[in-house]
Design a protein. Structure first.
Length: 179
């Protein structure tokens, strides 16, 4: 569903750089480094996601590599819960669970440490951009495989034409900026 633009969403959108044909021809890449380096925009974005989950019982934030890490780190800190990295294949040192997925520009595998989530723990999945939803859906599968309870997905940006939200349905999704 399209969200009506807000003062915040317009301000954040203005801080996001479009890079055409990256990392492949035909992809319009939403570069959030220009938002992250703006102290006010980064703070306001994180504050808005924190506010959305302040009253939701949570045990963990699971942040997807790599641009989910800065946002997930702030959310975990501000919400007073632990942080679990969901990483690309081969990066985590201890035994892992893995999930294959396809994204807007390729195929990939995400992994999580098998002992990262205790069964029953309530987990907020966080990334910068919700595109096709493949990586977020894989992260949700990993949370479930370890016995965790995915509570919601939180993203700075949603690329609506790619219908990633449908891949997460019926999980609630919070996004700050839609394109
Ligand atoms: P997806 O799995 O298709 O939802 O892709 C989401 C992941 O890929 C996120 O981690 C994004 O950082 C990245 N991504 C995919 N497409 C784009 C895009 N057009 N612009 C920026 N990041 C993207």
């Amino acid at each position: 569903m399209a969200q009506p633009p807000t003062v915040l969403s317009r301000a954040l959108a203005a801080r996001i750089r479009d890079v055409a044909d990256f990392p492949k021809p035909g992809i319009l890449f939403k570069d959030l480094t220009t938002l992250f380096k703006d102290a006010g925009a980064f703070r306001d974005a994180c504050d808005a996601l924190v506010a959305a989950y302040r009253d939701t019982p949570l045990d963990l934030v699971a942040a997807i590599e790599s641009r989910g890490f800065p946002v997930g780190g702030v959310l975990a800190h501000q919400l007073g819960v632990g942080l679990v990295p969901i990483r690309k294949a081969g990066r985590l040192p201890a035994p892992t669970a893995s999930a294959a997925y396809s994204l807007e520009y390729g195929e990939a595998v995400l992994e999580v440490h098998r002992d990262a989530i205790v069964p029953g723990q309530r987990v907020l999945v966080v990334d910068d951009v919700l595109a096709t939803g493949g990586s977020a859906a894989a992260a949700v599968r990993l949370v479930r495989e370890l016995g965790g309870v995915p509570v919601a997905g939180a993203f700075l940006v949603e690329l609506r034409p790619l219908r990633g939200r449908a891949r997460l349905d019926p999980l609630p999704v919070t996004v700050l900026v839609q394109f």
